[in-house]
Design a protein around this ligand. Structure first.
Ligand code: FCB
Length: 453
């Protein structure tokens, strides 16, 4: 195991730096049809033979829809400042259009009020992948109409909760929805068509910008932003072919999102590569996409090593890898954050997801997940280093609060700092959770001491 130097919690991080834990609706809630909820594309995707590694689905997951109160107590017990969660669109508006579901809205209202009562800031995400199934029947994200349905959804949630949540994120990881969902077909909705994926990506970005404008127009007080999954692309060798490939993959994963968001244009090299598969963009779209954000979230797990000889895999392995096969590479997080700061006029940045899946063993009521603790501590140090280099960092959130439904991997991969026994729904804090809690306690104690001097 690699030794880590935990970052000094007082000197490296600004006083208002936000520490949190993250989840998403489909991965934890269960209750797919309860109290009037509509189905999402993930409910349907799970039913496709072979789509999910362990043939599981989200029907029960962590049963959070019923256990939310005890889960909020557990979050409070960790001593975090913030909880990042998502709203299930089909729970609050079952068909994605038309009638709203009061029972669904009331659930999220209880959740938000429950967080506030425990002194925890709610960080709300509108779209963490679970599009209402009925919208998919009409073409989903490839159909420009979905953009308008999303704006209505955003407005409805902001009208109900915008006065109490600390922030609203429009989308979580548009690249994953567009490319894994519509080009590779390994995630919902399971389409394999590059032109469809490109159009979906454009509509996700457009709906983000339109939602920001609509929420500001309605006086929403919450801070507004977007979350991207980003990872540095390193060529496998110095060969011209590998380097050229790394530049193009960097274009597809990073610049395809960063350039329109911050420079109101798509990167020309990626457009050239797409040729006829490029998106249909209407006049004014790019200006809308470039609407200023109050913050941006970065989900970071690994770097990517790119070779011209092989199709690019999301996270090629090099050194130590997690149970996902993703290389542990904390210095890539510093590199990425510094680049964002240098190349783009980024607003305050959060690491909105970071963590690792490892094979955990429950022994006498304990889970000694040293590798996860080591992973988290080293990435926190990488954030500290980015701050030292001048990057405006606002927060860090661990993925994930608890083990949950890890999409196409089902329940086989465990990312939680809290262990979930799926047979009994018992939650057990892993050593990584105890470490995180202790780290946050230390930070508070040291701050009090400083203030007293
Ligand atoms: C991210 C997702 C999150 C989780 C982690 C491991 O891509 O946003 O829901 O599955 O990966």
């Amino acid at each position: 195991m690699t030794k880590f130097e935990p970052a000094d919690p007082t000197t490296h991080f600004p006083p208002d730096f936000v520490w949190g834990v993250a989840t998403s609706a489909f991965q934890i809630e269960g209750a797919p049809t309860e109290d009037g909820k509509g189905l999402s594309i993930w409910d349907s995707f799970c039913r496709q033979p072979g789509a999910i590694a362990d043939h599981s689905n989200g029907d029960v997951a962590c049963d959070h829809y019923h256990r939310w109160e005890a889960d909020l107590d557990m979050i409070a017990d960790l001593g975090v400042d913030a909880y990042r969660f998502s709203v299930s669109w089909p729970r609050v508006r079952p068909s994605g259009a038309g009638t709203w579901n009061e029972a669904g809205l009331a659930f999220y209202e209880r959740l938000v009020d429950g967080l506030l009562a425990r002194g925890i800031k709610p960080y709300l995400t509108l779209n963490h992948w679970d599009l209402p199934d009925e919208l998919q029947a009409g073409g989903g994200w490839a159909n420009r109409d979905t953009v308008h349905r999303f704006v209505e959804y955003a407005q409805g949630i902001a009208a109900r909760l915008g006065d109490r949540v600390a922030s609203i994120t429009t989308h979580n990881e548009p690249w994953v929805m567009a490319v894994l969902g519509h080009e590779n077909g390994v995630f919902a909705p399971g389409i394999k068509n590059r032109a469809t994926a490109t159009q979906a990506a454009h509509h996700l970005l457009l709906s983000h910008g339109m939602a920001l404008q609509a929420l500001r127009a309605q006086g929403c007080k919450a801070r507004l932003g977007l979350v991207l999954n980003l990872s540095p692309m390193h060529p496998a060798t110095d060969s011209d072919a590998d380097q050229a490939k790394a530049v193009l993959e960097d274009g597809r994963l990073l610049r395809w999102y960063l350039e329109p968001l911050f420079k109101a244009r798509y990167p020309q090299d990626v457009l050239d590569d797409l040729g006829a598969d490029g998106p249909q963009v209407e006049a004014g779209d790019l200006q809308i996409i470039a609407t200023a954000m109050d913050f941006m979230g970065v989900n970071y797990y690994s770097r990517s090593v790119v070779s011209a000889a092989e199709p690019w895999d999301v996270h090629s392995s090099g050194r130590e890898v997690t149970d996902m096969g993703w290389e542990v590479y904390p210095e890539g997080l510093t590199e990425l954050l510094v680049r964002l700061h240098q190349d783009y006029a980024v607003p305050p940045l959060y690491v909105t997801e970071n963590g690792g899946a490892f094979k955990d063993r429950l022994e006498d009521g304990r889970i000694h997940d040293h590798q996860r603790t080591d992973y988290i501590a080293r990435h926190i140090s990488a954030v500290a280093e980015a701050i030292r280099q001048g990057v405006p960092m606002a927060g860090y959130m661990v993925w994930s609060l608890m083990d949950n439904f890890e999409w196409a991997s089902g329940y086989e991969k465990r990312f939680g700092i809290v262990h979930v026994d799926y047979a009994t729904q018992q939650r057990t804090l892993k050593d990584s959770a105890l470490w995180y809690r202790n780290f946050l306690q230390q930070r508070r104690a040291q701050r009090r001491q400083r203030q007293a001097v």
